[in-house]
Design a protein around this ligand. Structure first.
Ligand code: ZN
Length: 78
């Protein structure tokens, strides 16, 4: 698994919706890849924030900005 594949699975991984084999594959990648580990932590943190603010429909700008900066190098978009 590479970082792009992990990114494709990230949402389902965080949601606990992956089959166990894929879930393990993701965890193995995260264990050996610091940037993906940080990405997962950041994603989880963002979800926690979003859940803590049920009336807030958009992410706080600072959080969205931070997440976008995390995601951009992984997506390879310019
Ligand atoms: Zn990675």
């Amino acid at each position: 698994m590479n970082c792009q594949e992990l990114l494709d699975l990230l949402h389902d991984y965080i949601g606990g919706e992956l089959v166990i084999e894929l879930h393990r594959t993701v965890e193995i990648h995260i264990t050996g890849c610091n940037s993906c580990m940080m990405l997962v932590e950041s994603y989880r943190h963002t979800i926690r924030l979003a859940r803590a603010l049920p009336k807030c429909e958009r992410l706080p700008a600072a959080v969205e900005d931070r997440l976008r900066k995390f995601l951009e190098p992984h997506l390879g978009s310019s």
